[in-house]
Design a protein around this ligand. Structure first.
Ligand code: CA
Ligand code: CA
Ligand code: CA
Ligand code: CA
Length: 453
């Protein structure tokens, strides 16, 4: 039986329709498969990124355990460790790699590569103890803000000249009262009248102490800057609320107050230096019981620096159990030293120049300050300085596996008590990359996905 032409045409057209449907279904299936594959790949990449970020975060937090362990087992408690005593650069932590962002003691503000190390909180001015005169000398500070800082923390509600108490804060839409209590963090400054973002953070938007490209391009990108090739940091760079030290000897035993019982002092001097030197020193100081610092005692006693170093840890000028806000003269920057009473830029630069010629042992005493400055200036600075450090900042930035994921955590560890205590922790990852171009190039090279098409 043969089909007529119209039947043949219909059968051909049916077959063609089936073919089109099959092709269409196949195409849909292929598309679905590709989409599914793509979505699996995206989830895989997302998981990989999340894992890498988690690795970085764990590494950054792990840095605190590493540093705490190091400091808790230090031979000399209260001595800020030098960079040859620990690792601060490209530490492997599992598949992650870790850096500790520090500050160059030489304060090179035209650098673009971060200095790696720990940061001494005692190298900064303490917001709770520094006077308005001292705060005023900070770069970028205004006299009004310095006065308002003192009003913020003092108990009374009487504004100092140029200052601000509750009456000033209760104006406006976001009214609040003046704290009239100590600062608990440096960022609390943002609440103080007259403190702007620019004053607090300056050009250092990512708070790494060096000049990043966006911090030297004017208004082309955040933050605003003056494009002069030099980092102009904000006041946060120079301030702390953590610095305090126990007023005891390093081994925890009590000190002798040189303004108190004279017989104990004579006994100490005789024990450590022998009778003849002890008698000489006692004769030199006469009936003076108004020493304002151990450094002043050293200057008036006529002891030589080596002899003084032997008794320095055992003496004090006050019965207070803790000394708050002393600046470690061995680690402080020229900028911070210039803020101390009786100091200016020239004298601070003199101190830093003298300091760079000293050995680590010499830096464990404050005696050298009397050689670097004249007696009057050394006596003025004496009550504000120390050679010790008990609060250390660990600014840990880490990269996860294959150079992916980035995390940065700033932690302050307080070692002044019996066991190390974390007194502050802040995730700074959102400030963006802070390890400089060289580390970026170095870590980007290891990215597995970067090599894939
Ligand atoms: Ca007040
Ligand atoms: Ca920076
Ligand atoms: Ca800029
Ligand atoms: Ca600048």
């Amino acid at each position: 039986m043969s089909r007529n032409p119209s039947q043949l045409a219909r059968a051909r057209s049916d077959r063609a329709s089936v073919l089109i449907i099959v092709l269409w279904v196949s195409l849909t299936l292929v598309t679905l498969t590709l989409l599914f594959g793509q979505s699996v790949m995206l989830s895989y990449r997302a998981c990989d990124n999340a894992l890498a970020r988690e690795q970085a975060l764990q590494a950054a937090d792990g840095a605190v355990r590493y540093v705490t362990n190091l400091l808790a087992n230090a031979d000399e408690p209260g001595v800020f460790p030098s960079t040859d005593q620990y690792e601060a650069e490209d530490l492997p932590v599992g598949e992650a790699r870790l850096w500790l962002i520090g500050r160059d003691p030489e304060e090179t503000l035209n650098e673009t590569t971060p200095y790696f190390g720990l940061v001494d909180e005692a190298s900064k001015l303490n917001l709770n103890t520094a006077t308005a005169e001292m705060l005023e000398k900070l770069p970028g500070m205004t006299p009004e803000l310095a006065a308002a800082i003192v009003d913020w923390r003092d108990e009374d509600d009487e504004p100092s000249p140029d200052g601000a108490e509750s009456q000033a804060y209760e104006l406006g839409d976001n009214a609040y009262t003046c704290k009239n209590g100590p600062f608990e963090s440096v960022e609390e400054l943002a609440l103080v009248q007259g403190c702007t973002w620019e004053i607090l953070y300056g050009e250092d938007a990512n708070r790494n102490g060096v000049l990043d490209p966006n911090e030297n391009d004017g208004d082309a990108s955040w933050p605003p800057d003056d494009r002069d090739g030099v980092l102009d940091p904000g006041i946060i760079e120079y301030l702390t609320v953590w610095s305090r030290e126990p007023n005891t000897q390093s081994d925890g035993s009590p000190r002798i107050n040189v303004n108190g019982n004279r017989s104990q002092l004579v006994q100490l001097l005789t024990e450590k230096l022998g009778e003849s030197k002890a008698n000489q020193a006692v004769q030199q100081i006469g009936n003076n019981t108004q020493f304002r610092s151990a450094l002043e005692f050293f200057i008036r006693s006529g002891l030589d620096p080596e002899d003084f170093a032997q008794i320095e840890d055992a003496i004090t000028v006050t019965n207070a159990s803790q000394l708050e806000g002393l600046v470690n003269v061995a680690t402080a920057s020229e900028t911070v030293l210039a803020c101390l009473p009786g100091m200016d830029e020239a004298k601070a630069s003199q101190l830093v120049a003298h300091r760079s010629s000293l050995s680590e042992d010499q830096l464990n005493s404050v005696a050298w300050v009397a050689e670097a400055l004249d007696a009057q200036d050394a006596v003025a600075i004496g009550p504000w300085i120390t050679a010790r450090s008990y609060q250390i900042s660990v600014d840990a930035a880490a990269v996860g596996r294959n150079g992916r994921g980035y995390a940065r955590v700033l932690t302050v560890v307080d070692l002044s008590g019996e066991t190390p205590e974390i007194v502050y922790r802040k995730d700074l990852s959102a400030l963006g990359w802070a390890l400089g171009q060289a580390v970026l190039d170095q870590t980007a090279g290891s990215t597995a996905f970067a090599a894939a098409p």
